[in-house]
Write a protein that binds this ligand. Sequence first.
Ligand code: CUA
Length: 404
Amino acid sequence: MKGWMSKFKAVFALVVLALVLSGCGEPFLSALQPKGEGAEMIYDLMILSIVIMLFVFVVVIVIYTFVIIKYRQKKQDPDFIPKQTEGNHALETLWTVIPIILLLILAVPTVQYTFALADTSPEVNEEGEEQDSLWVNVTGAQYWWHFEYDGLEVSTSQELYIPTDRRVYLSMSSQDVIHSFWVPSINGKMDVNPTGNTNEMTLLAQEEGVYWGKCAELCGPSHSIMDFKVVAVSPGEFEEWVQDMQQVTGEETPESATAQEGQELFADNCMSCHAIGADPNKIGPNLTNFGDRTKLAGVVDYNKENLVEWIQTKGEEMKPGNHMMDAGYELEDEEAEKIAEYLMGLSPSDITTENAEDSVYKDSDLSSLFPEEEEEEGEQSEDEEDGEESDEEGSSEDEENDEE
Ligand code: CUA
């Protein structure tokens, strides 16, 4: 009875584990539901190696079970020793050749795909002519991503717009420490280095959608929330987006008087780090189309309240360790609100994440990932020493983990 119970417990634990793990992998953030050229190759390799491993596993288990049952000590003849085999050439050859064949089956496509994934030579059309490549310079920084479209005079941060069905070439480096750029649904990871060498990779999204990206290299206290998005829109919409972005100089006068005041305050306090327009010489996130962002700082709910808090606390609690914490400005709450009003109005293009029509992101129920934060009025302790309790983002992350 006791043995039966412990077996039951083990099976129960496995079932629970399977259920928990099956909750992993939202479609817009899953290597198991590939929506891009690279992700598909990687997925195929995963399936191939799993099939081979399962085959080996089954064969070993079958032989093992057979031997255990057939050759176990018999009650009627406890001294019986089965026939001992030594130096069987046929058998030894067999169990050497089979693994070699299996490894070859694994190695050939792996090597082939490794080279294919690393290939950043221009695409060639049916007539054999080289096509113009769309290059984006990607820079990782603690804890955000900068995207500069090569030759187009367009820069943005955090949300990388790309056309579908076209290979987008990334030239990648880092501003501070090593990060790793990873959009699981579209392609594998690529490290970005601060040492001057650039890495290259391509992204090809087959379907429109908003795909989530993560930093996959431990880079500091906010590494786990160094999120970004890839917004794949139709080629026509992408062209339109580029043209709209090119128009922005940062000099545009906003409509409302509050936003106009915000613009002035922004010029006085923020423009030494942030650009609106394509200015490449700024160390902070580019805010050209900030009004179209779906998340604040990559992870926080996009609303004015959070933005004002971000400006006032310099992201200290929302993204601990970020470089904005070094900024020297001092603002009244009222001033921060005006800046927020201005920034949230920066929407130069009609092409936004809404245009990524078949968006797997939109179809998904995100409530499990980002539960509504319960408003605890009057209870907000502002000077928590370690920020753990009052850190809104931290607690919602925890909830997310608990739920899954
Ligand atoms: Cu950047 Cu982890």
